[in-house]
Design a protein around this ligand. Structure first.
Ligand code: CTP
Length: 402
């Protein structure tokens, strides 16, 4: 197993006394571990203990000439594959949320490009305070992962949420946050969202796709170390960390972006709900009722859009191509016909008539349909988990070529 590097930022909470156990759990899992600490943290755990367990000196000051001379804080930030702040006090969460950098732990958080995992630990009222909750929310939106806090008896005498998660749970979450790097050699191209086809200057034909499934696939592929390009139809979702996003509107724009990115892609996952038809002659200006006879209806002539998936499957080479299908009835039979027609390696079919699945839902119940007709039926799962299951299959398909 490739050794991964975890930098722990220890801040000044009583739970810091559990960091030695955390270091041991991470080391046992095969990771290289280093620690940095705030001056307050060393009241709860001595640098000597951490140094002995990690085999590395522990830096505590931001601008100490001797410490900076040994390894400067930017080099530490660059060293890490994962930055784990544990315990994270309310004060440190506030600093991280706002980009302050007045101690070593927060300065490293700004300087590092590694994913950030935080394990908050504090009094229950401090955790529940709207200021702390807003800071946590802001960090989550930025892709920062949280583990805990757990509920229980607190060192301050209160009961409730605020205990640092158990070291073994933090260590396991760190393993997940690091990602497996199993797609490090791949360039993954993902399409997401519903295209918009122009009717006139203000109107379009669209569909209900939210883009969540495609964004989840892009996010998971990046977590596994792939270079990821996300061709996104209009969507309010935030770009996942480590993903290059290309915004498009129509099927034709999506096709152009996909064809441009295709030559270097090794995996293509087409989750987008691409319009099959578009207005044949979109109007430059806004269509006005007064241009029509009183009470007259209106005919909108539609023409076919290019089938991007079918087109790229014609020149697939050794690329893995995955299609999606949204079906409202006769799911498996329709999906089998569709994979034969499109020529992709795997078709992910979801039943849009089932509740709690499909469009705009956070969960999805899918069937994986293979070219020879075999079908794997998955239970309803969060879209992030569907993305993980899908990429597990993609990795298997990539194996023979590797
Ligand atoms: N797709 C595409 N280009 C299109 C239409 C669809 O690339 N113009 C892709 C979608 O991204 C998806 C798959 O094809 O991966 C399935 O599309 P879908 O529209 O469900 O299938 P169709 O073959 O168009 O069949 P139908 O709409 O009749 O179910």
């Amino acid at each position: 197993m490739e050794q991964r590097r975890i930098l722990i930022g220890v801040t000044g909470g009583i739970a810091a006394y559990k960091v030695p156990e955390l270091v041991r759990d991470l080391s046992r899992a095969g990771h290289a571990v280093r620690c940095v600490a705030t001056p307050e943290a060393v009241s709860f755990v001595t640098p000597l203990v951490l140094q002995t367990l990690t085999g590395e000196p522990v830096r505590t000051a931001l601008l100490d000439p001797a410490e900076e001379g040994a390894i400067d804080h930017i080099a530490l930030a660059d060293w890490a594959d994962l930055y784990l702040v544990a315990p994270a006090t309310a004060n440190t969460l506030a600093k991280l949320a706002h980009g302050l950098a007045d101690d070593l732990v927060s300065a490293v958080a700004l300087a590092t490009r590694a994913p950030l995992l935080v394990a908050p630990a504090m009094n229950v009222n401090m955790w529940r305070h709207p200021a702390t909750q807003q800071n946590a929310e802001r960090l989550r939106e930025r892709g920062v992962r949280f583990v805990g806090p757990d509920a229980g008896e607190l060192a301050c005498g209160w009961e409730g949420e605020g205990r640092m998660a158990e070291p073994e749970v933090i260590a396991a979450t760190a393993g997940l946050a690091l990602g497996s790097r199993t797609l490090a050699a791949d360039v993954v191209l993902v399409t997401a969202g519903g295209t918009r086809e122009r009717v006139d200057a203000v109107r379009f034909l669209g569909n209900r796709s939210s883009g969540k499934m495609g964004f989840a696939v892009a996010s998971e592929a990046a977590r596994r170390g792939a270079a990821v390009v996300l061709v996104a139809a209009p969507s309010a979702l935030a770009t996942p960390p480590g993903v290059r996003r290309i915004d498009v509107e129509s099927a034709e724009e999506m096709r152009e972006a996909v064809l441009r990115e295709l030559p270097v892609s090794t995996v293509v996952v087409m989750t987008a709900a691409v319009a099959d038809f578009r207005p044949a002659a979109p109007a430059e200006r806004k269509l006005k009722k007064e241009d029509l006879a009183e009470s007259a209806g209106m005919m909108l002539e539609l023409e076919r859009t290019p089938d991007i998936l079918a087109e790229i499957c014609k020149e697939k080479a050794d690329r893995v191509v995955v299609g999606f299908a949204a079906e409202s009835h006769d799911l498996v039979a329709a999906a089998r016909r569709k994979i034969a027609r499109k020529g992709c390696d795997l078709l992910v079919a979801n039943d849009i008539s089932a509740s709690g699945s499909g469009f705009d839902s956070d969960e999805n119940a899918v069937h994986f349909v293979w070219p020879a007709g075999e079908v794997e039926e998955l239970p309803s799962l969060p879209k992030s988990e569907v993305a993980a299951q899908l990429l597990d299959r993609v990795e298997k398909l990539r194996e023979p070529a590797a």
